[in-house]
Design a protein around this ligand. Sequence first.
Ligand code: HEC
Ligand code: HEC
Length: 471
Amino acid sequence: MKKKQNSLIVASAVAFPLFFSSLSANAVNLDALRQLGEQVFWDKISNPPRMACVTCHDPRAGWTGPHSQTNLTQVAITGANPHTIGNRKPPASAYASFIPPFQEGVVGPPSGVLGGAFWDGRAKGNIPTGNTTDPNKIGDEVFAGTADPAGLKTAYGQYRGPTAVQALGPFVNPVEQNKADRAGVCRHVQKAQYAPLFEQAWTIPITCDDTHVDVNYKRIAVAIAAFQDSGKVVSFSSRRDQALANDADKKFPLDGLTEQENLGHDLFYTVKIGGNIISGPAPNGKGANCVVCHNSGNSPFGPNPSDGAEPTQLYTDFSYHNIGTPPNPAIGQFNPTNPDDGLSDTTNDPAHRGFWKTPTLRGVDTRPNPSFVKAYAHNGFFKSLKGIVNFYNTSATVCPPELGVDTEEKALANKCWPAAEHPENTARGGPILGNLGLTSEEEDAIVAYMKTFSDTEIPTKPKPFTPARNR
Ligand code: HEC
Ligand code: HEC
């Protein structure tokens, strides 16, 4: 009897610390954090209430603009206030969670710049140490005052980078969701049916008074970033991913792709500079150099060049280049005398004019139906994958201005391309791009290969939150 009691005492002494650690494990609820971000992503938090993140980043269109006619014409999407419009194409928001924080001087030329969200990297997303009162940075203040600051920081801390800082912008941007202030966004979430998710994720209810509004607004942004890093958004479920996973030797050519798609891969991954094959399989002695920039694997110039068989290849180097995209006079707010400058707006370095972040090519062909037109590059000048590949192949040939070529359609018909919007420092017409000597069939093969990058899992609007379902 006595012995038994002793062992009971020993058992509860051991159980106590376990009990406490399971308490803190309960405080962390990554699933609730992601669900909160998902609900907010689809919720029309705008003034007037007609615009959500998904309005400009629709999974059915590869997480970009969902209106074919808009992509064909003004490219930028009219704001919640119908008298406003931006001047850039929404990039795909999927796979943005992999973008590293903005850093200068860490990668090779021409820009030396890596990371940051937006076409020009201005949502830098470097995570400060400790707390910060900077409204555009997210430090430890988001964990302070919760039931388990250390546990939450370990579990959620990584979601404070570029995509979270990016998410601070659209709600209160007058040309986007147009809310008057952060308090209005906070109150919307506070009143929403899904508000309990906030408390489940952060252990405390959302409050929007002057002293708490900033920190709770940041917590919403962290939730959006966590959603954007979830399997719903980064599913790696494209035909290319499936063919790679099912391939016997996990090397290209893949058994699950067609001959044409495998040819496209081989051209994409061959580096040919000044007539010399530097790396890659070089089919027909050709190389399209795409891997120089659309590559998150190894450096193509290294001893072990990327062969495109990395399971999580993201098709971007997260760096900045000037490929010589022509101006698009049809885009909202176009101003021929004051062109959009790109990276130089963020670095204040005039040598960076016309540099844009290499976009991921995941989902680049995802569209709701075959006749749906997508817009490509920061200003949507390009309207087809065939068109942009022909640009890489032939754009060293510049149209005489008197031809009046100002669209992709006219460029293809006239077999020449309008001058770059920023001809200074462009790679166009140099050894890497603009004169690849590809045949039309080889262009088609690269297009066919990019079409295999479309995820087969396309998420739909989440069901309304009900406490019962989420218990
Ligand atoms: C009115 C359309 C519109 C709305 C609404 C909108 N976006 Fe965007 N989004 C854009 C545009 C345009 C850009 C590029 C802007 C730039 O580069 O200056 C962008 C950029 C982004 C990026 C950066 C991707 C990259 O590769 O750098 C992410 C991520 C993103 N948006 C997510 C969101 C989220 C989350 C919301 C809701 C809080 C949202 N967007 C609301 C149009 C929109
Ligand atoms: C020197 C670097 C570089 C090379 C080489 C390169 N790209 Fe790009 N690519 C970029 C940059 C930067 C952009 C964005 C340009 C802009 O916004 O004006 C881009 C844009 C694109 C887009 C538009 C994506 C979107 O969502 O808007 C596609 C498609 C594309 N590239 C495919 C290719 C293919 C295929 C090749 C090889 C034939 C290639 N690229 C070679 C850097 C490069």
